[in-house]
Design a protein around this ligand. Sequence first.
Ligand code: SF4
Length: 248
Amino acid sequence: MQTEGILHSIETCGAVDGPGLRYIAFFQGCLMRCLYCHNRDSWPLQSDTSQIVTVAELMKEVMSYRFYLKASGGGVTASGGEPLLQYEFIGQWFAQCRAAGLNTCLDTNGYARFYDEKLDYLLDHTDLVMLDLKQIDPQRHKALVGVHVDKTLKFAQYLAERKQSVRVRLVVVPGYTDDDATAHLLGEFIAPMENVLEVELLPYHELGAHKWALFGDTYKLQGVLPPPAETLQRIQGILAQYGKKAFF
Ligand code: SF4
């Protein structure tokens, strides 16, 4: 039983990672290697700067914010890094949040390695899954993210079978995910999924690029500019052809 969680950081008043105002716990560790990662320091499973907490400690802190979280229609979000790496702990945390009347969001890249009762327990206590579908094409996904897309697609299918409420997120990266083919592939994939409520288009940005140098890594997207609004509107239009509402 995972009795402690390893946190990268906390944000007590987030406004973009789920409905209302959110208490966001960023969990340490990620197995993807996205070229645009703005949390490069969250990759290691342990870090000198990470914080180890029990569910009781985390809940004590969350409850001190519960009035404004509830008043805004918000709650808590598990993000990262990749929260699925600590899915047992987060399941226990979400269960307590739900019992306290707080909405729960799982912000994930979908790289699930285990399908067991602990994963189901987590999902049973999750109100909304925000699922990054970074690129459906396998080769292009590997080039952008560093791992094969199959685990994420399998997870998306699993959520569909469970009828789990999902907001899909697409980071729109010029040259990597801003073309029509990417949008059509995504549209085709999610069109049959009634559990996909909406798609959020996130324009690429360079924030966090400086962290790569701290690890001695080269930031390969140096010089790539955020996509213009017309690009986001074009993708929005393509997804609408598949019956999916996109916003940005
Ligand atoms: S999934 Fe998120 S944390 Fe992991 S490498 Fe990609 S952007 Fe970074």
